[in-house]
Design a binder for this molecule. Structure first.
Ligand code: CP
Length: 311
């Protein structure tokens, strides 16, 4: 794999391989380290981010890379420089890999087709968010060990959610059953999965994934009344009782507390929301390692051995 920009056409073995690497890194059975190799990673975030940007930075520092930061407002983007020229400049001055978040769909893919260095998609508009997907998949894997016939319910602002898209594609590849629940105006024809009633879905699901209301991507401000949204489409205490004993609740965050999920439930026993954030560092370490190790033996363990040690 040269770049990591989409989950859509990623093969099952490639996803499982990455998940095993995440597990090895988290359990400290594999600790890749690039210190001394003088490799530079650039984090080009054109949209706001807390989790993704900071967990990439932690992952990069743990792996021993030099981190090149970027601030849109103090960069030459303010003088009209394009995303392409910005990325090409980072490549020219020595970046060995670029992480990019941008408001336009396909930005990372287009850069990956033109640059000579690997590109990681850290979220592209309403397109995809594959590193979020990997940490979400790993969080599910920690709870259930398998994706076969896992019932995953994705709830909320599907139309504007790159998280929903990446997860739906990957979960289908892995053999899970994906269900969507959303108000009519936020349903997305591009995703060929059944829409079901929220309460019915909560009764049968193993994973209930609530999505952030993506207000910044709405042409018209649709959510006038947050309390009303919570009652109709959010996780309330009453709905929490519908969940199976072993079911888990997820959300990519940031959470609009009291809108998608009742405030007290964000840290309820079934919630894995802060676990997702923790796993984000390991997931991003695994992806960076995959792209920069060039498939070579790293830190003494060939990939076959890494897989064996993950079992
Ligand atoms: N989940 C997520 O992408 O969060 P940030 O926007 O804070 O990176």
């Amino acid at each position: 794999m040269r770049s990591f920009v989409s989950m859509k056409n990623m093969e099952k073995d490639a996803i499982l391989n990455l998940l095993h690497t995440v597990q090895l890194i988290k359990t400290k059975n594999y600790q890749p380290n690039y210190k001394g190799q003088d490799l530079f990673v650039a984090n080009l975030f054109f949209e706001p981010s807390t989790r993704t940007k900071m967990s990439f930075e932690v992952a990069e520092k743990r792996l021993g890379f030099h981190v090149l930061d970027f601030e849109v407002n103090t960069s030459s983007v303010t003088k009209g420089e394009s995303i392409y020229d910005t990325a090409k400049t980072y490549q020219a001055i020595g970046a060995n890999l670029i992480v990019v978040r941008h408001q336009e769909e396909h930005t990372a893919r287009k850069l990956s087709e033109t640059l000579d260095i690997p590109v990681i998609n850290a979220g592209d508009g309403c397109g995809e968010h594959p590193t979020q997907c990997l940490l979400d998949l790993y969080t599910m894997y920690e709870s259930f060990d398998s994706f076969n016939d896992l019932n995953v319910l994705i709830v909320g602002d599907i139309l504007h959610s790159r998280v929903a898209r990446s997860n739906a594609y990957a979960l289908k590849t892995l053999g899970a059953n994906v269900f969507l629940s959303s108000k009519a105006s936020w349903q997305d024809d591009r995703l060929d999965f059944p829409y079901i009633d929220l309460d019915e879905g909560l009764k049968i699901c193993d994973v209930a994934m609530f999505l952030r209301v993506q207000r910044e991507r709405h042409e018209e401000k649709e959510v006038g009344d947050d309390v009303d949204y919570l009652k109709q489409y959010g996780l309330t205490t009453e709905r929490y009782q519908l969940l199976k004993d072993e079911a888990i609740v997820m959300h990519p965050a940031p959470v609009n507390r009291g809108v998608e999920i009742e405030d007290e439930l964000v840290e309820a026993p079934k919630s894995k929301i802060f676990r997702q954030m923790e796993n984000g560092v390991y997931a991003r370490m695994a992806i960076l390692d995959l792209l920069l190790s060039k498939g070579e033996i790293n830190n003494g363990y060939p990939i076959e051995e890494r897989l064996l040690r993950a079992k």
